[in-house]
Ligand binder design. Structure first.
Ligand code: BGC
Length: 918
């Protein structure tokens, strides 16, 4: 009995392996633009991407075939196709243009793909995937912009309006779509159910020019007979408090909703229920809701059943809505970036009574979101929740650093059993919740942290043998999660939370390791271009509600350079050429503008600069300025962006532009050398940032690079391995040390634990990146509360160095989007192992190494249709084994050679295990 059972078992275990024969080649991971099976997109010629899985090493795609149909059945039969590409001889598997007939509004396109590889194998057809278009023409919208009746309090935080409309569904429904957007934020309901799980819709864009709408498949929410659609609106970014000047109504005064429900019946008939004068409005339980301020909610005022279909609801007391006479001027655009969602729940790790009398819940992690309150108590009891990132020395919630942002929620109980409350149109940056007014003693279920963020796939991971470095990596990821909330913000807690361009610029490369930010930045870059001044100047914050012109709140080196550096970074990391093409006019306009500012001498001096923001000042460490001259920094960035525009022009085939910007780059470089570089290799004020930028941006003559690198290393050593850099120098510092032969100094800086350093905040319990190196000073006092965020990702820009050097993963610019990767981990600082992985557009790229005595073992995975250059430092070809045997003739190893002290192995796709035994 036992024998036959084990035979059966082993046969079953063998079966799948045999099915997946030696030659298996398959296609999956189908994506359209930046999403999987998106609905409601408005890209008329979307780009299609797929991943190839292969059991064989060195698999490259030789050809592909795409088929598109308007029904899944016809697609799988291969009949009545809308488009068949035929066999295309091409290696492209990422961002391949759809080439069929013009796409139409509200249509679902099913597609599939198969591939041939370079050894002649053909994959089966992939499973079918789809995309569905939204409303592509302005004329597709028949809904009207409706607005609740204005109240006297419109210029103050006022109650959130509720809007509703009842309608009947007569026939059997085949499908239904709801297209929605708003001025202000919206939540929409059908028959009492919240539609979708997206938060902070319609998102934040350059509202005067681009307004996103969302498309929801609501087929399952409709019922035959009576139905109700209802919405609530919040002030949000549109008219709530925004910016550091305590202003409201920056985009407009009136909230409004545009909603279009389209029902297709089985019979073929279609019907629309749209926002129009038939809708009614009322105030409800949300008495006020403000992004900085928080929400005040009175559960006694709940409008029970207002959006439910079942029992008839008496809305006679509701008022009729108005229709906006002048619809907003912005173009309605579909959202392409992954939406904001709840992404984590956090339980309290400690609950204690503070001297203030409040109960303090410690959620163990600084983050962005809110608290879910669960209470039971008498009607009319008000529970007040205040949110903060740290506690003061007495153990009270510290809120001075929140400036004017109250981030306080107030909930008044209805008295009906257990009440569970979450706010609607606000978010907070916090780790601690201070609660007052609880009707009963708190327990661990009273408060639950709800983390919200743009729901971006976590694509990267990095784990090392050093727990402090691992904590640093976690803090960087939490900083990103906390601040990638539809736009990349500086911080999530004080009265700011704006799309600061400098912060996003320095962090973009790291961000692209941790998460899939391709769609997120593609969306935001549209707003960069939309809000760019006609002069070419780029605002400090995007979207820009601050107003200004080319020089007010705009046009600053290192910040405005976001217009060039981020599109370039997205091209490198995702191979997004169309994005580069789209942003090219914006990129050029910025460098042209900056050069005009610099004038004929090409040294950019005039105007306000942030410089190396938050660098250490030589005599006052709390001074938010820079020790490196702002003219040096501005000129360096001008050179660098000009260089990137020249490279971009070359990639896009604009040859004469490429030559012109190349010549400009050289001229700026010469000017830089004349002005800031001595013959002995001293750069500017002799600061870490001066050397770092000059070398990173290739501004020095070859003969001076190593001298300047040496001077930089000397400074670092003289400071006992402490950094002095701010926002702009920090991202490049370790790269430059490594590239000029001072890797040891780079590791020593990274692993430094005393102030100022990356790890110092961790020794003080940080769970996110701090805005300042000394947010909490060594003497335990706080930095100036005017600017002391504990959740600012900018200094987390060191993450890309860690991935590239400790993990060993990088893109080769010759194969953007990781078509070609570089694997070159560098053990240092006593680390004994590290492993990094990155889910690229082609599949999983991995690099994991460990030291086994004197033996260095490196495990690598390279996705199909890509290749990688693997560097084994300080090794000889003869000492290297792969899978236990010499490299010569190993399957998948295309070449192996000695380059100086290192071995360079060129591999095709597959998994490899290298070992170097000296
Ligand atoms: C923000 C920054 C931003 C800076 C401009 C600050 O208030 O929080 O991160 O880049 O202003 O210097």
């Amino acid at each position: 009995m036992r024998t036959s059972l084990s035979i059966v078992l082993s046969l079953t275990l063998l079966a799948p392996a045999q099915g997946l024969s030696q030659n298996a080649l398959s296609v999956d991971g189908l994506r359209v633009e930046y999403l999987t099976n998106p609905i409601g997109i408005d890209v008329v010629q979307p780009r299609l991407s797929w991943r190839i899985a292969s059991t064989r090493r060195n698999t490259m795609q030789a050809a592909y075939q795409l088929q598109v149909g308007t029904s899944e059945a016809s697609l799988t039969r291969g009949a009545n196709l809308l488009w068949d590409s035929g066999k295309m001889v091409s290696g492209a598997s990422v961002f391949v243009d759809y080439g069929g007939p013009q796409t139409l509004s509200r249509t679902r396109y099913y597609w599939r793909v198969r591939v041939w590889d370079s050894s002649g194998r053909t994959s089966p057809w992939s499973a079918a995937a789809f995309w569905e278009t939204g409303l592509l023409q302005p004329g597709d919208w028949t809904a009207e912009w409706i607005t609740p009746p204005p109240t006297a309090a419109d210029s103050l935080p006022s109650p959130s309006p509720f809007l509703r409309r009842a309608f009947r569904v007569g026939d059997a429904v085949r499908s239904a779509r709801l297209y929605v957007t708003s001025l202000g934020l919206y939540e929409i309901y059908l028959n009492g159910q919240r539609v979708g799980d997206q938060l902070f819709t319609p998102g934040w864009t350059s509202y005067r020019r681009r307004l996103q709408y969302q498309t929801y498949d609501v087929t399952a929410l409709l019922r035959s007979g009576a139905n109700v659609v209802g919405a609530m609106l919040g002030d949000g970014w549109y008219r709530g408090n925004l910016g550091f000047f305590r202003q409201r109504n920056l985009y407009g005064r009136q909230l409004a909703l545009l909603a279009q429900l389209e029902i297709r019946y089985q019979s073929g008939r279609t019907e629309r229920v749209v926002s129009d004068r038939d809708w009614k409005a009322s105030a409800g339980p949300i008495l006020s809701s403000d992004i900085y301020g928080g929400e005040t909610y009175d559960a006694r005022r709940e409008l029970s059943g207002w959006a439910a279909a079942g029992a008839p609801y008496d809305d006679r007391n509701w008022t009729t809505v108005g229709v906006l006479v002048y619809p907003p001027p912005a173009a309605l655009v579909a959202s392409l970036s992954p939406p904001v969602r709840r992404v984590r729940e956090l339980r309290a790790v400690a609950i204690r009574l503070a001297p203030s009398g409040e109960t303090i819940f410690d959620l163990g992690q600084n983050f962005t979101g809110w608290a879910r309150l669960s209470v039971r108590g008498p009607a009319g009891t008000t529970v007040t929740l205040r949110f903060g990132e740290v506690l003061d020395r007495e153990g009270n919630l510290y809120t001075a650093n929140l400036r004017a942002a109250a981030q306080t929620d107030r909930y008044t109980l209805s008295g009906n059993g257990r009440e569970v409350y979450e706010p609607h149109f606000t978010f907070h940056g916090f780790r601690y919740v201070a609660v007052r007014g609880l009707p009963a003693p708190a327990d661990s279920a009273t408060i639950t942290g709800i983390a919200v963020s743009s729901d971006l796939a976590q694509t990267g991971s990095l784990v090392t043998s050093d727990s402090l470095l691992n904590q640093l990596q976690r803090n960087i990821v939490w900083g990103q999660r906390s601040n990638f909330l539809d736009v990349p913000t500086d911080c999530p807690q004080r009265d700011e939370r704006l799309g600061w361009t400098g912060d996003a610029q320095v962090f973009a490369r790291t961000a692209a390791f941790n998460m899939d930010v391709a769609g997120f930045f593609a969306k935001w870059l549209s707003d960069v271009a939309a809000d760019q001044d006609p002069s070419g100047s780029v605002p400090w914050v995007i979207p820009n509600p601050l107003g200004g012109d080319s020089t007010h709140f705009a046009g600053t080196a290192g910040w405005s350079d976001v217009a060039v550096i981020v599109p370039w970074t997205m091209y490198l990391t995702y191979g997004d050429r169309r994005l580069l093409e789209r942003q090219y006019p914006s990129m050029r306009a910025w460098v042209d503008y900056a050069r005009r500012r610099a004038g004929t001498g090409l040294i950019w001096r005039p105007g306000w600069q942030f410089g190396d923001w938050l660098a250490l000042h030589s005599d006052d460490p709390s001074y938010p300025g820079a020790t490196t001259g702002t003219d040096l920094i501005a000129t360096a960035f001008l050179a660098h962006s000009t260089d990137l525009v020249s490279r971009t022009a070359a990639i896009l085939g604009h040859e004469s532009d490429a030559a012109e910007y190349r010549a400009r780059f050289r001229a700026i470089r010469e000017a830089f050398n004349r002005e800031f570089v001595s013959r002995t290799g001293r750069v500017g004020e002799n600061t870490q940032t001066a050397y770092t930028l000059a070398i990173a941006f290739d501004l020095l003559p070859d003969s001076l690079v190593s001298v300047a690198g040496g001077r930089l290393a000397q400074d670092v050593e003289a400071r006992d391995h402490h950094l002095t850099t701010g926002f702009l120098g920090t991202p490049y510092l370790l790269h430059v040390l490594g590239a000029t032969g001072h890797l040891g100094d780079a590791f020593a800086l990274l692993t430094q634990r005393t102030y100022p350093s990356w790890l110092y905040p961790i020794t003080r319990g940080a769970t996110t990146m701090w805005e300042r190196w000394d947010g909490i000073r060594p003497d335990s006092s706080f930095e100036d509360p005017g600017m002391n965020s504990f959740n600012h990702y900018a200094f987390g820009a060191v993450g890309d160095w860690m991935y590239q050097n400790i993990g060993g993963i990088d893109v080769d610019s010759a194969g953007p989007g990781y078509r070609r990767a570089r694997i070159a981990p560098r053990p240092g600082a006593g680390l004994t192992s590290a492993s990094a992985s990155l889910e690229t557009a082609y599949g999983m790229l991995k690099s994991a190494w460990r030291l086994e005595g004197r033996r260095f073992v490196l495990d690598v995975a390279v996705p199909a249709n890509t290749s990688a250059e693997v560097t084994l430092w300080d090794a000889r070809v003869a000492d290297v084994r792969e899978g236990g045997v010499p490299l010569d003739g190993r399957d998948g190893v295309r070449s192996a050679r000695q380059r100086g002290n290192n071995v360079i192995v060129d591999v095709g796709s597959g998994t490899y295990s290298f070992a170097v035994t000296p």
